[in-house]
Design a binder for this molecule. Structure first.
Ligand code: MTE
Ligand code: MO
Length: 372
């Protein structure tokens, strides 16, 4: 069993697949902490989790003339200043269950929990690339390869634009710490890429090597997955070369409380949730409706860490305290967020449904009944 070495996991996680292990925190726990505890952080693995001996570990960075810069974990920690950043990771498949309800994609049915937030610590990728001999003016794409592989030897890989990697404002890390602890095995021990504002898939775990090339990574997950298509595109007609790989993500929000089909008491109601946008765009507002979108309330954005404009990598938790109008028997609670570019979420899933079931950013809807 190639999965025999997988680490133990927290029993509260909602498991979507055991081998490989894919799981999300239960809805009611998602927004309970600004920083998601490591054991509750969603876990998205395509392959068995590798076991890495940290003393034998070395990251291989290929320089501009082909020479290899090999860095041990100790060297990464000692030779480069430690940089910390709070960043939310979201899988492109977050909320796929709602897409599957429109038309089944036969892919992992994630609820609203394929998103979590942590404080990451590590070396800046920029500093490592400079050390390897690259210049700010260079271009292309930075390829990451993981140590996890399938039985045929295919390893997980992905790439990001060189520009994002080198930007002093991009905050891209080679992270060895998560919420002040050593990076857990499920999250890429001993080293992973953290690419703030960018889809989870590019945040490669168990980093083995970094290379820079004119073109994007040839990896399956860069070329044949994690792309968005028109609802008109089918598996028969899809042309993967036609769509760009997802990097930045659209504005997103979801209701974590109350739960779907709960029965809430009449009177005062508290609605809770999260909101986030890609590319460092700040969430400026969250609107909540109790009647399916006919009338709206503005949610309270909970106090959070200050992040500089255009580098707002962490999510925004929110809350609404509201009086349920008398005589209400049931409610369609809806939330939608607005980011600093005034991007908004589409009201339904159908027009953004796609064969891969990615990028579901439709208004999140929770139907509840009101009663004793
Ligand atoms: N890196 C490797 N090496 N292998 C993987 O399977 N999954 C990616 C990314 N990095 C993956 C990986 C995907 S699709 C996501 S959403 C994030 O890791 C999930 O990170 P997490 O498990 O720390 O939440
Ligand atoms: Mo993902």
């Amino acid at each position: 069993d190639p999965y025999a070495q997988d680490p133990p996991r927290h029993p509260a996680l909602r498991v979507n697949s055991l081998k490989p292990f894919n799981a999300e925190p239960p809805s009611e726990l998602i927004a309970e902490n600004y920083l998601t505890p490591n054991e509750l952080f969603f876990k998205r693995n395509h392959l068995p989790v590798p076991t890495v001996d940290p003393t034998a570990y070395a990251l291989s960075v290929q320089g501009p003339f082909g020479q290899i810069l090999s860095l041990s974990l100790e060297e990464l920690k000692k030779n480069f200043p430690k940089h910390e950043v709070t960043a939310t990771l979201q899988c492109a498949g977050n909320r796929r269950a709602e897409m599957n309800a429109v038309q089944n994609t036969n892919r992992l049915g994630w609820g609203i929990g394929a998103i979590s937030n942590a404080r990451w610590g590590g070396a800046r990728l920029r500093d490592v690339l400079l050390q390897a001999g690259y210049k700010q003016s260079d271009g292309g794409h930075v390829w990451f390869e993981g140590l996890d592989q399938d039985q045929s030897g295919t390893v997980y890989g992905a790439s990001i634009p060189f520009k994002k990697a080198m930007s002093p404002e991009g905050d891209v890390l080679l992270a060895y710490e998560m919420n002040g602890e050593e990076l857990p095995q499920d999250h890429g021990f001993p080293l992973r890429a953290i690419v703030p504002g960018v889809v989870g898939a590019r945040n490669v775990k168990w980093l083995a090597s970094i290379t820079v090339r004119p073109e994007e990574s040839p990896s399956h997950w860069q070329q044949k997955d994690y792309k968005g298509f028109s609802p008109a595109v089918t598996w028969e007609t899809v042309d993967f070369s036609k769509a760009p790989a997802i990097q930045d993500m659209p504005v997103q929000s979801a209701i974590t409380e109350p739960w779907p089909e709960a029965c809430v008491e009449p009177g005062e109601l508290t609605v809770k949730g999260y909101a986030w946008s890609g590319g460092g765009r700040k969430v400026i507002r969250v609107d909540v409706s109790l009647d399916g979108g006919k009338s709206w309330h503005e949610a309270q954005l909970l106090p959070r860490e200050e992040q500089s404009p255009s580098r707002v990598w962490a999510w925004q938790l929110w809350e609404l305290n509201v009086c349920i109008p008398e005589g209400t028997r049931e409610m369609d609670i809806v939330c939608k967020a607005v980011d600093t570019s005034y991007n908004q979420q589409p009201d339904t899933v159908q027009p953004i449904w796609n064969i891969l079931g990615v990028l579901n950013s439709a208004w999140h809807r929770v139907h509840v009944c009101v009663g004793e």
